[in-house]
Design a protein around this ligand. Structure first.
Ligand code: XUL
Length: 530
């Protein structure tokens, strides 16, 4: 077979909160192989819970970057066992949980450039990081957010420039906190990466640039000029910050060829291309190929609502980011921190480790839940900004400590769906009879959950037929498409198809319209963060 006639394959990674996933697709986007590593289970030595560790101060949430490095070693070996022929891979790319920052030490770049194929990467990068990585669940930077907003002229001004008012998890305020509270860590740092660009660096063999889409989740990037905003940089660090961050690049960029480490150890071809990695939500948007009127609903550790935009506009929703593909130059994003981890916690509490048993509970009570409603914030919530809190009410509006398990199960999921709809509406997401919700992420395989979303949103819910995880599939598809455009080689590609999994019941309106109004009243009574 000549190089021109042999089928091409592409590799995608997703460095998400709880696991690292990898996928190999063919040139027509068929899934060929998959592997994953679950941090808590496969790497117990890092003592993470849900992929993160809690810090000493209230709201601090981080992850040790070596965990992710070791997971990469592991997932590569699992791909070998799955039978992947790495010499057939033409390009790779990836996605990473958004906002988290990785702080490289002064000798990191040199170490990255001469990794020896005889050893695991994690043993060679043991001293490459100066601190643990603050991640998106961190809510400890409220004071830094206020200072950043003040420095640029207020929250609206910051939103106008960067697409978002200041949020605790956004990387600018996280950098400011380290600059302020740990000056020696800041000084010892040569480069700061996002989780996506850090992961890309491991494959590239040098510190990879931050891509514009994930870079716009930092409160530091001017989303119109596509450059770092000087005033925001100055508010978050010193004159070395621009160098520490490096110049951002468009997400659709081929950064170079794979690190020789992977050629030696896994027999990749030396010219296998590395396409810039991006944020998981940006990658999901690329994977979902949303058409006008379609809204992406990503049900992962966090739940997010995603929308493609043609222009930056004033934020119609929580955040406006630079889009990951030329087809979506901008995107809107709304993020809820209490997603799958919270669902799992309460499933375990109510019925043990079993989704079927949990779904049986849901079916044991009616839609509308006989008036029981609940708010379950196991971790600080982003929308609305609220500390960890749990509340449950009965049909008469009385707060109760607990209810029968079936009522709690339905109160949790209906409460989540109502919150997604209420806050999406408040922030300008337009959902009407012509809308479609396209669900993705781990929990999108749960039809009972999707039925609740269909009823509450008054919209049919669809899923991608090709894969339940659009961020992961999107990573491999971006690798294929960016490689193809760069290389001038046309790929057969394929139209991704969506199929309906839940349609609203005829009486959904009678049940959920009053509940939506009740949710709005109840959420007002819940404590909020300052
Ligand atoms: C988005 C956000 C989360 C993370 C989770 O703004 O904070 O969705 O990307 O992976």
């Amino acid at each position: 077979m000549t190089d021109e006639t042999r089928k091409k394959t592409f590799l995608g990674f997703d460095f998400s909160t709880q696991r690292l996933k990898a996928i190999v697709i063919s040139e027509d986007f068929t899934v060929l192989h998959e592997a994953d590593v679950e941090f808590d289970v496969d790497l117990p030595e890092f003592r993470t819970a849900g992929g993160v560790v809690r810090g000493e101060q209230r709201g601090e949430v981080m992850a040790p970057p070596l965990l992710w490095v070791k997971a990469l070693d592991m997932v590569m070996d699992r791909l070998v066992v799955a039978g992947v022929d790495f010499s057939m891979i033409d390009a790779l790319s990836g996605a990473g949980q958004q906002h988290g920052s990785v702080w490289w030490s002064k000798d990191a770049e040199a170490r990255l450039s001469k990794l020896s194929g005889d050893e695991f990467i994690h043993t060679q990068l043991a001293t490459a990081f100066v601190c643990d990585s603050p991640v998106w669940m961190d809510s400890s930077t409220t004071a830094d957010c206020k200072a950043l907003e003040e420095a640029v002229g207020g929250p609206e001004e910051l939103a106008k420039i960067t697409g978002s008012r200041a949020y605790e998890r956004f990387t600018g305020s996280q950098i400011r906190k380290i600059f302020r509270t740990k000056p020696r860590v800041y000084a010892a740092t040569s480069r700061i990466s996002l989780v996506s660009s850090f992961a890309c660096s491991l494959l590239l063999g040098r510190v990879a640039p931050i891509d514009l889409a994930d870079g716009s989740g930092m409160n530091l990037l001017d989303i119109r000029t596509m450059k770092w905003d000087e005033t925001a940089l100055k508010a978050c660090g010193d004159e070395s910050l621009a160098t520490k961050l490096g110049e951002p690049v468009p997400s659709a960029t081929v950064l170079g060829s794979i690190s020789p480490y992977f050629v030696q150890r896994y027999a990749f071809k030396p010219d296998c291309k590395v396409v810039a990695f991006t944020g998981d939500n940006c990658s999901a948007l690329a994977g979902l190929r949303l058409r006008s009127g379609w809204v992406g609903l990503s049900l992962g550790t966090s739940d997010t609502l995603l929308l493609g935009l043609q222009a930056p506009a004033a934020p119609p929703a929580g955040h406006v980011l630079v889009g990951p593909t030329p087809a979506s130059p901008y995107m809107a994003l709304l993020c809820f921190a209490n997603g799958s981890l919270t669902r799992q916690n309460h499933r375990d509490r109510l019925v043990g480790h079993n989704w079927d048993a949990f779904n049986d509970l849901l079916r044991a009570t009616v839609r509308g839940n006989m008036g029981y409603m609940g708010i379950y914030f196991d971790t600080a919530e982003i929308v609305p900004r609220a500390p960890a809190h749990r509340a449950l009410w009965d049909a008469s509006g009385r707060a109760v400590d607990k209810a029968a398990p079936q009522f709690e199960a339905r109160a949790l999921l209906e409460g989540q769906a109502l919150a997604r709809r209420a806050h999406a509406e408040d922030m300008g997401f337009k959902l009407d009879k012509s809308s479609r919700v396209i669900a993705t992420g781990g929990a999108s395989v749960n039809k009972e959950l999707l039925q609740i979303f269909a009823d509450v949103f008054d919209t049919p819910v669809y899923v991608l037929e090709q894969h339940a995880n659009a961020a992961l599939l999107g990573a491999a598809i971006r690798a294929a498409e960016v490689w193809s455009a760069d290389n001038g080689t046309k790929l057969p590609g394929s139209e991704l198809t969506v199929s309906p999994v839940a349609t609203p019941y005829p009486d959904h309106d009678k049940i959920y319209t009053p509940m939506l109004a009740r949710y709005r009243e109840l959420i007002d009574t819940v404590p909020k963060l300052g």
